[in-house]
Design a protein around this ligand. Sequence first.
Ligand code: UD1
Length: 344
Amino acid sequence: MKVLVTGGTGFIGSHTVVELQKAGFEVVAMDNFENSAPSVIENIKTITGKNFHFYEADIRNKAALDKIFTDHSDIEAVIHFAAYKSVNESVEKPLAYYENNVGGTVNLVEVMQKHGVKNLVFSSSCTVYGDVSVDALPITEDSPVVKANSPYGNTKKICEELLYDTAKASTTRIVALRYFNPIGAHDSALIGELPNGVPNNLIPFVTQTAIGIREKLTVFGNDYPTRDGSCIRDFIHVVDLAKAHVKAIEYFDKSADSYSVFNIGTGTGNTVLEAIHAFEKVSSTKLNYQIGDRRPGDVVQIYASCDKAINVLGWQAERTLENSLETAWKWELHLKQLREQAVN
Ligand code: UD1
């Protein structure tokens, strides 16, 4: 079966291309390299020992999408990652986020429908749950979707809604996966996260500080009502997350549902400080960090109930927080080696 992966050289996309190939799927990938690099293509091929079709294309360009589906009339399903993902940037450039994330999704579904491709896996986020009360944790898929607190979050909410409406009105079928906090890298250290500029997310900031690119990490608040005062998140290894997409594709064959949503997390919440201390342990480094003010818009704590993914998709996260951090560190060390080779 042939699957199109949009955002195929990005952080989650690249790991998913690997897992799809390992599971025997034929892959067509596309990316515009706005937040990834062409070298990722060769690195994926080195990992899997297999070839895949690649298009440098932008999700906002409908003609480019049309060409892919024309060239590959046997595509049966699409996994849609291509989107902007910075909360801060979305506040400054809301229209760019709506155009790329919402407009891109509309384009994609229109072209899929034109070519008779029915099955779409959509990258959503736990951000749709907003700030939840402790007694709602672990959060289930039945929890209400609330008003988003950033344009980025709103694009995920709007896409879920437009996909729901489309699934009800047509033969298009949707599996929306709500990711918690993806971290880590492939065990080979050949692919991982490549943040553009100063990372917004915790773990890339941690590894860049440990390697000396950043001077100091600031922990955004230690006066939250949690066990050590820092926020709680559900950190999930990107390879586990990638495997959930393979299960989602397989689910189209098993189920007649037109629209389904799954939480994709580990089911365990860890505080920011716990993650930092676990990182120090696995990397045998001392992290330079300070406690700072709370970051506006942060939710206090959130972690997934994964019962639905376990029971319905037959998927469960397998990696530990330590393993996720170990692979993130190995990746950062690999990037350092590449920088040194480039200089010499
Ligand atoms: C955010 C979004 C999430 C989105 C993800 C994509 C919200 C509330 N969350 O996740 O929807 O899918 O980005 O990238 O919009 N932290 C520090 N210091 C740092 C960086 C982070 O203490 O330098 C803390 C944060 O305050 C937070 C935790 O680490 O408590 C995780 O932050 P981050 O990695 O940015 O992810 P989220 O905010 O959970």
